[in-house]
Design a protein around this ligand. Structure first.
Ligand code: ADP
Ligand code: ADP
Length: 234
């Protein structure tokens, strides 16, 4: 079953130098329960793909489905509701520096109207899952990069998303920390059943955890298949 489906999607941005086509005629499914890696050089269209899936951008042509919703047919308000059901983690973590670890993780729950003490219980469970329960009252600047990304992951999971988008989530981390974060993402997938799209320019990250890989090149899907098959090709 497909959790995300793109059908013949193209995206052209206006720019002072003339229109720039970031994605061209892309058809792709993210299958429920998988970890899909999306790899490509800078400018390949990866960020645009992320923004099309989480409904920050609408395609110029084609259709995008998330679950039962066709994003391209929904009014903005409902697109925003779909976006809230997608977890996001980022290269620069995007934590609120003025909030504690617990405050960061609990923030989406607060927005969703979840009251105390239920919010505290949920935050504690999430921090325990990512191994940071004892850092609940620390501030982001007191944490290592790997710890910050663990907080980012806990926050992204707070609202129980079915889909997690990891946008260059390990690109700011050293190799050892990267391995830890990737192992955590694997647990998120296998133990919590969250479907994950890992967008990166790092082949090792995809080799480590992805079930399938989509290779993007110049805005097009160049290859799609099992990690082993795609990376084994000459
Ligand atoms: P990647 O994430 O793989 O680096 P992007 O999706 O960011 O690729 O970019 C693909 C192409 O689209 C690039 O040529 C980029 O310059 C262009 N692009 C991306 N966003 C915009 C924008 N908002 N306005 C104009 N051009 C853009
Ligand atoms: P950018 O091009 O800098 O990635 P975006 O429009 O994608 O900008 O997002 C703007 C900012 O909003 C992000 O940098 C991030 O701080 C925040 N943001 C967007 N979506 C989410 C989300 N699902 N969870 C947490 N923060 C988010």
């Amino acid at each position: 079953d497909a959790l995300v489906r793109l059908e013949g999607v193209s995206k052209t941005y206006p720019s002072p130098a003339g229109p720039v086509t970031a994605v061209t005629d892309l058809s792709l499914e993210v299958i429920q329960g998988e970890i899909l890696g999306v790899i490509g050089y800078s400018g390949a269209g990866k960020s645009t793909l992320v923004r099309l899936i989480n409904a920050l951008e609408l395609p110029t042509a084609g259709r995008v489905f998330v679950g039962d919703d066709e994003l391209t047919a929904l009014p903005e308000k409902q697109r925003r509701a779909v976006r809230r059901e997608i977890g996001m983690i980022f290269q620069q973590f995007n934590l609120f520096n003025s909030r504690t670890v617990a405050g960061n993780v609990g923030y989406p729950l607060k927005l969703a109207g979840v009251k105390q003490p239920e919010r505290d219980r949920k935050v504690a469970r999430l921090l325990d899952f990512v191994g940071l329960l004892e850092r609940a009252h620390a501030y982001p600047e007191q944490l290592s990069g790997g710890q910050k990304q663990r907080v980012g992951i806990a926050r992204a999971l707070a609202t129980d998303p079915k889909l997690l988008l990891a946008d260059e989530a390990t690109s700011a981390l050293d190799p050892e920390t990267t391995a830890d974060v990737l192992a955590l993402l694997k647990r998120v997938n296998r133990e919590l059943g969250v479907t994950i799209v890992v967008i990166t320019h790092e082949m090792d990250a995809i080799r480590a955890i992805a079930d399938r890989v989509a290779v993007m090149d110049g805005g097009r899907l160049a290859e799609l298949g099992n990690v082993y098959d795609v990376f084994a090709r000459p």
